[in-house]
Design a protein around this ligand. Structure first.
Ligand SMILES: C[S@@+](CC[C@H](N)C(=O)[O-])C[C@H]1O[C@@H](n2cnc3c(N)ncnc32)[C@H](O)[C@@H]1O
Length: 259
């Protein structure tokens, strides 16, 4: 990551931190986030060592992770995002740090999970290599990233990232193939690839952008129905490539030295 991008991300997330409070303040958005978190955590072996949430933001995912691993650590480049988390998570292990120069000893974690942080970096391979460095042998890296396999989503994201002040114009979504290549270039073997998120993602995931469900009675139940529909759609070959996110699980290659 260039120093300019690190600074740009810090400034961008200074503006976004209050929006994340709004994003996660609704019953329906929390129902959706819990499902998304459960999906990511389902790829982390139980009792597999300490978990690191890299790019933890305001810590909503970290709070769910802590129910499984109270010693879990959240790392983020934005102090402003971490400070929002600190308001409610008084005992959490929250650390300010850049994913490309992690202030953590090698082999410290049994799992690194990232929910939407890689696409903010510029040196994507460096980011993934750092994840490999801090993983213990046999550890796992699970990333959920915006997926650009759907041409309509790809165009909409490109427009949004260029035009909206809520994104940095250098941020980019990945096609699944590119994300898998980044894992491989970073020294990982792929364990599993899963698509995630259609209607629940679009309608419940970002109430600070798409707020329609805020005004609908019973919205938490609607969120549960949409999540079921999304999970069904993700089982259909040919349709699932159109999903908004891809969840990739990898393990450090045993035949390569640790970076
Ligand atoms: C889309 S937000 C997601 C936050 C959180 N994972 C969530 O789901 O609410 C991306 C997060 O990645 C962080 N980030 C961006 N670049 C980073 C880097 N190089 N190192 C660590 N964190 C970074 C941002 O500050 C931001 O909190």
């Amino acid at each position: 990551m260039s120093a300019e991008n690190a600074q740009a991300q810090i400034e961008l997330h200074r503006k976004l931190a209050p929006r994340y409070q709004e994003r996660y303040a609704h019953a329906f958005s929390r129902v959706f986030e819990e499902d998304w978190h459960a999906e990511i955590l389902s790829h982390v072996p139980k009792d597999g060592g300490k978990i690191c949430d890299l790019g933890c933001g305001t810590g909503l995912f970290l709070a769910d992770i802590q129910r499984r691993d109270p010693s879990a650590v959240g790392i983020d480049i934005s102090l402003d995002m971490l400070l929002v988390g600190r308001e409610t998570m008084t005992d959490a292990n929250l650390v300010a740090g850049n994913a490309e120069r992690l202030p953590v000893r090698s082999g410290a974690f049994g799992a690194v999970v990232c929910k939407g942080s890689l696409h903010h970096a510029r040196d994507h391979v460096g980011f993934v290599e750092n994840c490999r460095r801090v993983l213990a042998p046999g550890g796992v890296l699970v990333m959920s990233e915006p997926c650009n396999d759907n041409p309509l989503i790809r165009m909409a994201r490109r427009l949004l990232y260029r035009q909206s002040e809520h994104f940095d114009e250098g941020d980019e979504g990945f096609r699944q193939k590119r994300l898998l290549a980044l894992y491989e270039e970073g020294g990982f073997e792929i364990v599993q690839v899963k698509k995630y998120g259609f209607f629940a993602y679009a309608l419940c995931g970002f109430p600070d952008h798409v707020g329609i469900l805020k005004y609908v009675p019973g919205n938490a139940w609607i969120a549960r129905l949409l999540i079921r529909a999304d999970r069904f759609l993700c089982t259909i070959p040919g349709l699932r490539i159109l999903a908004f996110q891809v969840v990739v699980t990898g393990r450090p290659r045993a035949d390569l030295p640790r970076p």
